[in-house]
Ligand binder design. Structure first.
Ligand SMILES: C[S@@+](CC[C@H](N)C(=O)[O-])C[C@H]1O[C@@H](n2cnc3c(N)ncnc32)[C@H](O)[C@@H]1O
Length: 354
C-alpha cells in the first residue's frame, strides 16, 4: 500500500473515490456488486454504460484489499481519484504543471522508478483538452524529476480521466487498478490464420485466472466449432477431444492430438476421469449448458479444471449467476467468475473439481 493510502487510513478518512469501468452495458451490475460489497455507493456516470465515478464508504486500502481478495465479476478496472482539477478554473498549461506537482508531492513513485501515464477522456467530452500534449508535457515533467516514463510494465500508473468539467487524477500500482491496461481494455493481436475471435476469450481467461494451459495434458472442448479454443489447447501441447455438431475448421482436423466428435454433447460417452481440463463455450441457455456440462463431469478427474462461458440471456444476470453457481457448487469449487473484456453478453467461470 502506498504512503498516501496509509495516511488516509490513519486519519480515519473512511471514504475513497474511484473511477470504475465495466464492459459496455454492464456498469450498472458492477455498481450493484460494489453496493452489495461496501454498502452505500455514491455514483456519477462519466461514460454511459461503462464508466462511473464512485465514492465508497471505506478507506482506499481496505477497498483494494477487498477487491483483490475477492474480486467482483463485472468490475473490470478501477483507478483512484486523489486529486480533481476543475477545467473552468485552470487552463491546459497550468493543468499539466499541476498534475506533475501532484505526482511529485505524492511521495511515491520515487526517483528511479518507472511510471506509465494512462489518459482517457469521456466520449465527446473534454474536447478542448489535447491529451497527446498533456501526456508528453507530464512525461517531460516526471523525467525532469528523475522518474522513468514507460508505456508497459511500469512500477506505477498515473491515471488521468478527463470528464466534462473535471480532470480526475490518481497514482497507484498496476495491481491496484485490477488491470494494467488503460480502462482495463486488454487487446490481443489477431494472428495470421486465426480460426475465430473466440480464441481471445480463452487467451484472456488463461491470463486473468493466472493459469498456464500448457500444464494440462488432456482437454475436452464442448461446443468447439469452428475451433478457436481447440487450436489454443493444441498450441499449448494438449491432447484434445472436440465435440460439436458443426464443422471444425479444416486446418485443425489433420492434427494427430485432436479427436473430433461431430455430435451433440448430450450424445457422447467418455471414460471416468479421462480429462484434466474441460472447456465449454456454447452460446446457449445457461441452465441447459449447466445440465450438459454437469452430465459430463464424471469425465473430469478430481482436481481437474473447467473454464466455462456463461451466456447472460435475460435481464437478470446476477440471478442467472446465482442459479448457475448453486448448481455447479455441488461438484466444483468456483475459483473465479469474471466478465472478460472479450465476453460480450457473457461471463467466464474458472472452477476446479472437488
Ligand atoms: C460460440 S461457438 C464456439 C466457438 C469456439 N469456442 C471457438 O473458439 O471457435 C458455440 C458452438 O457451440 C455449439 N453447440 C451448441 N449446442 C451444442 C451442443 N448441445 N453440443 C455440442 N455443441 C453445441 C455450436 O454448434 C457452436 O459451434
Amino acid at each position: 500500500m502506498n504512503e498516501l493510502l496509509e495516511q488516509q487510513e490513519q486519519q480515519h478518512d473512511i471514504t475513497s473515490k474511484w473511477i470504475c469501468t465495466a464492459n459496455h452495458g454492464f456498469i450498472a451490475y458492477a455498481q450493484e456488486e460494489l453496493r452489495r460489497r461496501f454498502g452505500q455507493v455514491k455514483a456519477m456516470v462519466l461514460m454511459p454504460g461503462e464508466v462511473i465515478l464512485v465514492t465508497l464508504p471505506a478507506a482506499a486500502g481496505q477497498v483494494l484489499r477487498e477487491l483483490q481478495t475477492d474480486p467482483l465479476i463485472f468490475l473490470r478496472h478501477i483507478q483512484p481519484v486523489q486529486q480533481e482539477f476543475n477545467l473552468t478554473e485552470v487552463g491546459q498549461e497550468e493543468l499539466n504543471t499541476a498534475i506533475v506537482s501532484f505526482v511529485q508531492s505524492h511521495h511515491e513513485p520515487q526517483s528511479g522508478q518507472s511510471v506509465a501515464i494512462q489518459i482517457r477522456k469521456g466520449s465527446n467530452e473534454a474536447g478542448a483538452i489535447d491529451l497527446g500534449l498533456m501526456k508528453s508535457t507530464i512525461e517531460a515533467g516526471l523525467n525532469d524529476a528523475g522518474l522513468e516514463t514507460v508505456t508497459r510494465d511500469s512500477d506505477w500508473f498515473v491515471s488521468i480521466f478527463a470528464g466534462k468539467d473535471t480532470v480526475y487524477v490518481g497514482v497507484s500500482t498496476p495491481a491496484a487498478n485490477l488491470s494494467d491496461w488503460s480502462g482495463g481494455a486488454l487487446r490481443f493481436q489477431r494472428e495470421e490464420g486465426q480460426i475465430s475471435r473466440a480464441k481471445f476469450k480463452l487467451l484472456e481467461a488463461e491470463r486473468a485466472f493466472g493459469l498456464d494451459l500448457a500444464t494440462f495434458s488432456e482437454g475436452l472442448d464442448i461446443g468447439a466449432a469452428p475451433g478457436g479454443w481447440t487450436s489454443l489447447l493444441l498450441e499449448r501441447g494438449l491432447k484434445v477431444t472436440a465435440i460439436d455438431p458443426a464443422e471444425m475448421h479444416p486446418s485443425l482436423t489433420a492434427n494427430r492430438r485432436l479427436t473430433v466428435m461431430k455430435k451433440n454433447a448430450s450424445e457422447v460417452k467418455f471414460h471416468e476421469s479421462q480429462f484434466d481440463l474441460i472447456v465449454c463455450d456454447m452460446s446457449w441457455s445457461p441452465m441447459q449448458m449447466v445440465r450438459l456440462v454437469m452430465d459430463l463431469l464424471y469425465a473430469l478427474r478430481s482436481g481437474g479444471t473447467a473454464i466455462i462461458t456463461v451466456k447472460l440471456m435475460h435481464k437478470k444476470p446476477l440471478q442467472t449467476i446465482r442459479d448457475i453457481t448453486e448448481k455447479f457448487s455441488e461438484h466444483m469449487e468456483i475459483r473465479r467468475m469474471k466478465q472478460l473484456v472479450h465476453n460480450r453478453d457473457e461471463i467466464t467461470l474458472y472452477m476446479v473439481k472437488y
